[in-house]
Design a binder for this molecule. Structure first.
Ligand code: CO
Length: 136
């Protein structure tokens, strides 16, 4: 059985969503297809398609949100890599058993019609990993 099926998107932390949308539109040669606020995370997101993958731009909606803190620490740039999974609860259990630290006890509602869970970067070689499962 395959576990992490593919890279679903790469999340990029930005200070100014409109400016970043204009930059990535020039870079990718495509317009964003969706903006969506995830209130529980304190972010507003913007999505681009690049072939079978996506780019997710994230701007903080509050000064103490996770994206604002990440930018404070490391500046703008790649924030997380998201992998598509078929059964997020099963993958969370597998990763826990493998010794990874999960940032969420339960899958939660993310942007773009997904259930998501994050893996702590300290347990994943410095990379914030997101698991995401499409909500049917
Ligand atoms: Co994401």
């Amino acid at each position: 059985m395959e576990h992490l099926l593919r890279i679903e998107h790469i999340g990029i932390a930005v200070k100014d969503l409109s400016a970043a949308e204009a930059l990535y539109a020039r870079l990718l040669g495509a317009e964003p297809y969706k903006r969506e606020e995830v209130e529980s995370e304190g972010v507003i997101t913007s999505f681009f398609r690049t072939g079978p993958n996506k780019i997710e731009l994230l701007e903080s909606t509050r000064p103490d949100g996770p994206i604002a803190k990440a930018i404070e620490k490391r500046g703008e740039g790649i924030h997380h890599i998201a992998f598509e999974v078929a059964d997020i609860r099963a993958e969370m259990a597998r990763l826990r058993a493998e010794g990874f630290t999960l940032l969420n006890e339960e899958p939660k509602r993310g942007a773009d019609n997904k259930l998501v869970c994050f893996v702590h970067p300290k347990s994943a070689g410095g990379v914030l990993v997101e698991l995401c499962q499409e909500i049917g």
